[in-house]
Design a protein around this ligand. Structure first.
Ligand code: ADP
Length: 230
């Protein structure tokens, strides 16, 4: 049973509020979310509901104002910034709405870099990057720079880069939000294939109900709580 395992990420009674002048914006008021190994979870909520905030907290990019974030059972609130950064680099992959690829590097180099930062040799990093990009249908685009790629191709490179170090957890923030419906479908198809083949654990924020329907679970943010959708 999944429940006897340790969640890959467990948000426990997480609170997050922003102060805007005299007003306090309560985004999360004690949200709980456990994501089990190999699960894919769609986070579906209107713009401004707190999806990015939740992903940033789960990815250790932001501290919650209350509660705890466990990664593979390890509480993270008390960790130093250096330890959080190390954990993020070793365990978490991010895909954003904009690709954030480095413009002066080729597709394959963009996917090699995070691996080399982690200590892999150039040859090995190149081999893995080429395999991943080929898997995502980009075998003929390895040496193209981001500006020489279409939007859908750029986003597939960003996905390859995010999973290059075999993260425990992939966090995706509307990864197909900037693409036209057909391209979005194509990119999501490539992403789902990769998720299935690798058994990745994923939390993906999306507005797209068709995409959400293809994930294992759907959750939303309501009144500052994280709630399961039907
Ligand atoms: P979503 O990803 O669902 O669109 P966000 O998590 O980006 O929502 O933002 C949730 C709410 O918090 C929004 O109303 C946003 O304006 C506000 N917000 C986000 N970050 C900050 C910040 N650093 N300071 C003040 N308000 C913020």
């Amino acid at each position: 049973m999944a429940e006897q395992e340790t969640p890959v990420v467990f948000l426990h009674q997480v609170e997050r509020r922003y102060h805007q002048g005299d007003a306090v914006l309560e985004i999360l008021r004690g949200g709980d979310l456990a994501v089990w190994p190999g699960q894919s979870v769609a986070l579906v909520a209107p713009s401004g509901a707190g999806k990015s905030t939740l992903l940033h907290i789960a990815g250790l990019l932001e501290h919650p104002d209350g509660g705890e974030v466990y990664l593979d059972g390890v509480p993270t609130a008390g960790l130093s910034d250096a330890a959080r950064t190390r954990m993020r680099r070793n365990s978490i992959g991010f895909v954003y709405q904009a690709h954030h690829l480095l413009p002066e590097f080729s597709a394959v180099e963009n996917v090699m870099l995070p691996q080399m930062i982690r200590g892999l040799g150039r040859g090995e990093a190149h081999k893995r990057a080429s395999e991943l990009l080929s898997y995502l249908g980009l075998a003929e685009r390895l040496t193209h720079r981001p500006a020489e790629l279409s939007g859908g191709e750029q986003q597939r490179v960003a996905i390859a880069r995010a999973v290059a170090n075999v993260p425990r957890l992939l966090l995706a923030d509307e990864p197909t939000g900037n693409l036209d419906p057909k391209t979005s479908d194509h990119v999501f198809h490539a992403l789902s294939q990769l998720i299935r083949a690798s058994g990745l654990t994923v939390v993906l924020a999306t507005h797209n109900m068709e995409i959400a329907a293809r994930m294992d679970r759907r959750v939303t943010i309501r009144d500052g709580m994280i709630v399961e959708m039907a």
